[in-house]
Ligand binder design. Structure first.
Ligand SMILES: Nc1ncnc2c1ncn2[C@@H]1O[C@H](COS(=O)(=O)NC(=O)[C@@H](N)CS)[C@@H](O)[C@H]1O
Ligand SMILES: [Zn+2]
Length: 477
């Protein structure tokens, strides 16, 4: 790829910074000739690959991975009325096979309930088939009319992890909602991305669901990004798609379901939350290159330094790290710039003095410098990575806490949402929601808040004074 030159915009010019980092750090190429469709550069795909490897490990604890077809017959798609209403403006349709018109138009899946549930109806016969917990990681298609944005709002969602579970009772489905939220929390902890959980207002729930609990993070510009959702489907879809089972008494029962999804917004969150003015900052868990070795070549001992560097590289590779030895013929400073832009968490410098003193200089992406004993270099790096993780997560949590303001009036809410999220008491009425959204030019994001950065309470609704509970108000992506 063309080497980026010139300075990256400052991170506090977030929109510009985000657009530029995507090509300078070789994440996604936005030049593909279809609006809302983008191309992964290999490096960016490496981040996605490692992040989704973590997600798969978490899902595979008690789900099974599978794969359903992309194309959904209109007859199946149109069965769930609320679901259609929610998606009819977003569905892409395939109407021809070659030159002949299809007798039944086929939807490109915007999400896969209407592909999966007719099959669940065939598969599920008895309570012994339950619980059924499957997921797939696929591309989905949504004809988004709002401003499309790489990794944030795509028309082809390339990394859509969707789980679809079936249970004998409502209680078990409710437990699954909690288990899914805990899994998402664990996933984002691994990415050092702090999150706030909240129940979406009824008009923002997933089409066809009883309720939706969302996972949001706060982006550097103060707007929130929904980076995961868990939906309690109740028995709506099982009644529509006839997903029934014979219970222990031999009676037919409708099943209860949940579904929950994460997309490449998870990668947008890692990039946005941790990045700085020099580029990406990647936690080692998702870094395609964890360690870059830069030999410090001075004078006559060039060969000795290069062979010491090569030895170090093979030892670290043998220890399971992803390592890059940068022995290109260029100034060390240019190398530092190149790898800092790509967010490589750790740089090792090795030169003649280090060889003589049997040490290696370790410099973390955030600038902490440590002299490591050459012999214990593997343990040294592992402990640096553990500290680095903590450092990133603490900084991200502090940045989020700084953007959350508890407010008691509409005016305070209106100013708080300019730079972040307001926490205010809302009575739950749509009428007050409209007043609050008009007064703040922001959205009711959710109530039943769960976050170690927010203390929830009851109190007078900031719009009507009636009994209210803590609710998030924010500008959103
Ligand atoms: N156009 C889009 N581009 C990128 N990510 C998206 C887009 N639309 C939704 N997402 C992400 O995908 C997640 C799941 O989408 S969803 O509509 O909320 N839920 C579902 O589709 C359910 N079937 C759960 S799998 C959202 O929380 C959001 O993080
Ligand atoms: Zn009210």
């Amino acid at each position: 790829m063309e080497e980026s030159t010139g300075a990256l915009p400052r991170k506090d010019d977030f929109s510009q910074w985000y657009n530029e980092i995507l090509w300078r750090a070789e994440i996604m190429d936005v030049r593909y000739p279809v609006k809302g469709l983008y191309v992964w550069y290999p490096y960016g795909f490496g981040i996605r690959k490692r992040a989704y490897g973590i997600l798969r490990d978490l899902m595979d604890r008690d789900h099974e991975e599978t794969l359903f077809p992309l194309l959904i017959p209109k007859t199946e798609f149109m069965k769930e009325a609320e679901h259609i209403k929610g998606f009819e403006d977003e569905v892409y349709w395939v109407t021809h096979g070659g030159t002949s018109e299809l007798d039944v138009p086929l939807a490109l899946r915007p999400t896969s309930e209407t592909a999966i549930y007719p099959m669940y109806s065939l598969w599920i016969r008895s309570h012994t088939d339950l619980p059924l917990k499957l997921y797939q990681i696929v591309n989905t298609f949504r004809y988004e009319t709002k401003h499309t944005r790489p990794l944030i709002r795509l028309r082809e969602i390339t990394s859509f992890k969707e789980a679809h579970t079936v249970h004998a009772t409502r209680e078990e489905a409710e437990e699954q909602v909690e288990a899914a939220l805990a899994l998402y929390k664990e996933f984002y902890d691994a990415l050092c991305v702090p999150v706030i959980l909240s129940r979406r207002p009824s008009w923002d729930k997933f089409p066809g669901a009883d309720y939706t609990v969302a996972v949001d993070t706060i982006m550097p510009d103060g707007k929130t990004l929904q980076i995961g959702t868990v939906h309690m489907l109740g028995d709506h879809f099982s009644r529509t798609y006839d997903i029934t089972y014979e219970d222990a008494n031999g009676d037919q029962q409708y099943a209860y379901q949940t579904c929950y999804g994460i997309s490449e917004r998870s990668i947008a969150a890692v990039i946005s939350v941790h990045g700085d003015d020099k580029g990406l900052v990647l936690p080692s868990a998702v870094a395609p290159i964890e360690v870059v070795i830069v030999p410090v070549i001075v004078g006559t001992r060039r060969d000795e330094v290069l062979s010491a560097a090569a030895e170090l590289e093979s030892e670290l590779k043998g220890a399971g790290f992803t390592v890059k030895l940068d022995d290109r013929d260029m100034r060390p400073g240019a190398k530092y710039y190149h790898w800092e832009m790509r967010g490589v968490p750790l740089r090792l410098e090795i030169g003649p003095r280090d060889i003589d003193s049997n040490t290696v200089v370790a410099v973390t992406r955030t600038g902490r410098k440590v002299k490591l004993d050459r012999r214990g270099v593997v343990e040294g790096i592992s402990s640096i990575f553990a500290e680095f993780r903590g450092e990133l997560f603490e900084a991200a949590k502090q940045a989020m806490a700084d953007r959350i303001t508890v407010v008691a009036t509409l005016e305070e809410a209106a100013s708080a949402v300019k730079s972040g999220v307001a926490v205010a008491h809302w009575c739950g009425s749509q009428e007050c929601a409209e007043k609050i959204e008009a007064a703040t030019d922001a959205s009711i994001l959710g109530s039943d808040i769960r976050s170690d950065l927010v203390t929830v309470s009851d109190g007078p609704c900031i719009a009507c004074g009636g009994k209210g509970t803590s609710t998030l108000i924010a500008r959103t992506y």
